[in-house]
Design a protein around this ligand. Sequence first.
Ligand code: UD1
Length: 430
Amino acid sequence: MEQYIIKGGNSLAGEVEITGAKNAALAILAASTMTDDTVIIENMPDEADTNILLATMNEIGVFTHRTGRHTVRVNAAKARDMVIDNDALKKIRASYYLIGAMLGKFKHARVVLPGGCAIGLRPVDQHMKGFSALGAECRIEHGYIVAEARELHGAHIYLDVVSVGATINIMMAATLAQGQTIIENAAKEPHVVDLANFLNSMGARIKGAGTDVIRIRGVERLHGTEYAIIPDQIEAGTFMMASAITRGDITVRGVIPKHLESISAKLKEMGCEIHEEDDAVRVICKERLKSTHVKTLPYPGFPTDMQPQITVALGLASGVSIVTESIFENRFKYIDELVSMGANIKVEGSTAIISGEEKYTGAHIVAPDLRAGAALVLAGLVADGFTTIDNIRFIERGYEDFYVKLQTLGARIERVEDERSGQKFRLKYA
Ligand code: UD1
């Protein structure tokens, strides 16, 4: 079984290049099937989630080819059917983006219900409400979401909750509907804007992405394009947090500093120095971190996908911190693992009360999901002794070359596949 083994204790320093945003890539890949022309996508991350979606697109007759590690060519002219019935796809959340894309293009879609990280209930009612408003008949049957319409027409849709997925899905379907669609209370996340820019580069007419009102004038068809995906806000944030946790000096390169502001602001409150350049952010941490309070919120608030990483950092800060998770109701499952490493954290409902400890101690732990898994790696980097992390497939779903990038920054971390390589690592750093 694949594991990461870490010998904690090194401060991390140096530069790390950030890859394309996973969540933008998934939406953009789905949207690339909405035209029969060829689409070239650059800055495509090479990680499990995007590769699963690419493989599924192949299975339904979409031609996809990675012409370089980070460039993908897509042609969906021969996409042959609408049934997405793939075991692997059930594991990724973004499988449902194919519904919006296919509903727009073919006016019907049948896609297996999405999986993704088990971080709480993940309903799809807002997606279905949007599709219905556009004139589709929507239902869930036999584990599938089915959406069918004779024709799609524009509509005025008010989302009951700010949902990234519903905003993206409705935006895709509405792009090929007749007339104008207005999405109110839309999500403002950078990848919502990236998808809108991508669709506009294919001939869509979308305005207002990045605000809470998005206006979409339907068009008859979309054409090919060449487009580069934005850098990954959460990967960048994770390395920024690695710098804070290890009292390091890390520069994340190839980023959009504006997307990282809520993270930079918290790191400043915690006593880190932040230096911004046009496309880089440097995080320097020389002393013990200070406590602070954090509440996760939709963008531009502090991202829920950074909640585990900042909790790991606050577990070592002086004083008491409170972290409130307001997006997903079951996103503190990793805390038990962190407590086994010496953290002093009590969870009450959606709140974690953290009394900062002086140190963590290495342990054998399990990654419960993608972001929490990455956060536990960060804890291992600073823990006394060795930490072994199981279930790293979760982490590799959404971080390209994670352990290699950490090694480059000075971390003692290895990916091992058998007992023997694990023992070799332990002997090397004993
Ligand atoms: C996306 C991201 C995920 C991130 C999350 C919040 C992708 C592939 N995933 O997930 O990494 O953590 O945004 O930033 O981009 N909700 C409903 N009904 C719906 C849809 C959502 O009640 O129909 C609720 C959810 O339960 C949750 C909240 O809305 O409480 C936000 O969820 P949403 O923004 O939709 O998250 P995802 O798109 O699933």
